[in-house]
Design a protein. Structure first.
Length: 316
């Protein structure tokens, strides 16, 4: 928990209008304003910005941070993303930061499961065959009985695990530090775990400990035919090392995040054999909005009553 937010400013800036219609009236002592970050000529006036104490940032609007210097009385920022590594360096001193923990669990876990099933059951091949008027059935791999190692076992990893267990997979949990009471291994255990892994799923945040964490050594430790899935951050997986392993078809990959991102046209990863790529969309489904709305409403009420806001991010 973080310290309570004492409102020297009572204005709240939200990305979506009319939440009070769905969830009940706003507290009487806050002034709610709306800015979606994209509508032309919709930015609040300087007078409004001067009174904002809590800002819920628009989701997936890369340049929304441009508003930060114009919020002189800002006390807290709520991001609707789980990862806030790009926001942290731009946040003024003394401003609390809160992330969207839990908002993307269902969407990301669902997408990861979709990537795994698509790769295991050769769905890209069948789509290509349909387009080419081919009918060439063959046996495929399965998710059932596969040994899946989830690296970065947190709330998203737990959501994915529930879905994988329903598919009769066998799960190994890995996090930065071991949590024996939860059956979670440490990252340091990967050399012993990877040789018996059929599918490794990276759900890692980006920080100094995770950048390049999964590189040539880790990939080499996987058995032939293993599937590498990344739904965390692109820089946690070494692109060149992955290309080296997929070029000869020793490993396969299903990636929602890549490095670099966005992936340039004609980048070799786009045409690597056995590689399936989606453009960083795992969190972007209809499951996101209702969960985000409920968090926003809760945070506004906490802000209005001086309670600690949820999901604080420690700042050095």
């Amino acid at each position: 928990m973080t310290r309570a937010v004492h409102q020297t400013a009572t204005g709240v800036l939200l990305p979506w209008p009319d939440l009070d219609r769905a969830y009940g009236p706003w507290p009487a002592d806050v002034q709610v304003h709306v800015w979606d970050g994209v509508t032309p000529h919709s930015e609040p006036t300087e007078d409004v910005l001067a009174g904002i104490g809590l800002w819920v940032m628009p989701y997936a609007v890369p340049d929304a941070m441009r508003l930060l210097p114009r919020l002189p009385r800002l006390r807290a920022v709520q991001s609707l993303s789980a990862g806030v590594e790009k926001l942290l360096p731009h946040l003024p001193a003394g401003v609390g930061l809160h992330n969207g923990r839990g908002l993307h669990d269902a969407s990301t876990a669902e997408h990861a499961l979709g990537l795994i099933l698509a790769a295991q059951r050769d769905l890209p091949r069948w789509v290509a065959d349909q387009t080419a008027d081919r009918w060439e059935p063959h046996f495929t791999r399965s998710l059932a009985d596969a040994r899946v190692t989830i690296v970065g076992y947190g709330s998203i990893g737990a959501a994915l695990e529930r879905r994988l267990l329903a598919c009769e997979a066998h799960i190994t949990r890995v996090a930065r530090r071991a949590r024996p009471d939860e059956g979670v291994h440490a990252v340091a255990d990967l050399p012993d775990l990877l040789p018996t892994t059929d599918i490794v799923v990276l759900v890692l945040p980006e920080n100094p400990h995770t950048i390049g964490l999964f590189g040539a050594k880790e990939l080499a430790a996987l058995p032939d035919g293993a599937l590498v899935v990344n739904v965390g951050r692109g820089r946690t997986l070494d692109t060149e090392a992955l290309l080296a392993e997929t070029a000869g078809k020793r490993l396969r990959a299903a990636l929602d995040v890549v490095e670099p991102e966005p992936l340039p046209a004609r980048h070799p990863l786009r045409h690597a054999p056995g590689v399936l790529i989606t453009p960083h969309v795992a969190g972007g489904s209809t499951a996101f909005r209702p969960r985000a709305e409920r968090l926003i409403v809760e945070q506004v009420h906490r802000f209005a009553t001086g309670q600690p806001l949820l999901h604080p991010i420690p700042r050095d």
